[in-house]
Write a protein that binds this ligand. Sequence first.
Ligand SMILES: [Zn+2]
Length: 197
Amino acid sequence: MFIEPRVGNGNHANRRGWVEVICGSMFSGKTEELIRRLNRATIAKQKVEIFKPAIDKRYHDIDVVSHNANAIRSTPIDFAQDMLLLGGSCDVVGIDEAQFFDNGLAEVCVKLANSGVRVIAAGLDMDYLGKPFGPMPDLMAVAEYVTKVHAICVQCGDIATYSFRNALSEQQVLLGETESYEARCRHCFLEGRKALR
Ligand SMILES: [Zn+2]
């Protein structure tokens, strides 16, 4: 479990920012971990704001919703840049589904952290092909803390790091279809990809 260097962030005049990334496959508990950290910040009376890409319309418009329905309110935005205006006065900025943001995300997170904001971003590190997903590699590079959470392979019970998709569509963004995804270990992911060909 991730232990924060500190939760409270001093007074506004001398607060210090940093960047945390929570990454992993689908069903790995990324959003649950994001919510856990944000709840702790809220208890510490931090001003918290949560953003998600407007593209993610799976559930409700203003809730960050994880698969176990443990929801907190969030603001859907179109561009990473929008966070500078909306999140600049916060102590903590949470970001869900970070992989769907544009490539400006890392730079925006750095700017927020430089101005004293604690940034916590959760997202898929790999797409269904096992390739690094969108702005995540850059974001992980500039983060102080990177936590990779693991799912369990539904085929063999091993630790899973891949999001295997049981469909032939080549579209990277396929939302609202969690039923066609499985968390898989490297071995079972490769076996599954072979079988799809
Ligand atoms: Zn497996």
